[in-house]
Design a protein around this ligand. Sequence first.
Ligand code: 13P
Length: 249
Amino acid sequence: MKKIIIGNFKMNTVPSEFKPYAMTLATKIKGTKNEVVICPPFTHLSMAREILSGTQVLYGAQNLAEEERGEFTGEISASMLKDLGTSYVIVGHSERRGKFKETDKVVNKKIKTALANGIKVVLCVGENLQTKTSKQANAFVRKQLEEALRGLFENELESVVVAYEPIWASGTGKAISNKDIVKMVETIRNFVGELYSEKAGKNLNVLYGGSVSLSNYKKIMSIDCIDGVVIGGASLDVDNFALICKEKY
Ligand code: 13P
């Protein structure tokens, strides 16, 4: 089965390191049936266009401005990303929600801006440990989805991939159990089913992210109801990442 595999570099690597990485990845994954996307920092994207155009590696951004243009010093707009051939953009990552105080309203606006410019969205949702231990995770994620998808039409969901990234599993080296992944992915599909239609819930692309690595990806990918994974730290090693991307699932 074809899976979507997204590498989120976060604020790691410098542009000069990116060229050999991108060339190696494109060569190593040639022929894969999976959809492979890397999301390096903004500063690498024009190089990504040069190196990756015509290869099987797609590239995306880790963020975008909610506004289209104007007096927003330091911001990067959707049309700038589109002009660089960017296929995807990550929106609502827990690090942006937590460290940069991005609200659900901002997330919603960013999604609309991206879609209006023909860029697919990786919408991140997920609870922290406190929310999980107080058994509020389902309600929390449902609320995040409801706010993020507000005003979107059902056909636009084709361009939205939902990534379930429990904050308590990110960067710990320990992914959560398959049972916990399945439970939340079902909650997400059911809720989108309630918001739109059963078909929309079933067809939605849902990924898992949080400490996916060479040692656990096979176990995680064996879950039928997920369409793929988002990989942070382990995507920085091109040989390991290529192995995960090349695998037949
Ligand atoms: P790690 O794979 O480093 O845990 O990061 C997960 C993540 O935040 C992906 O977006």
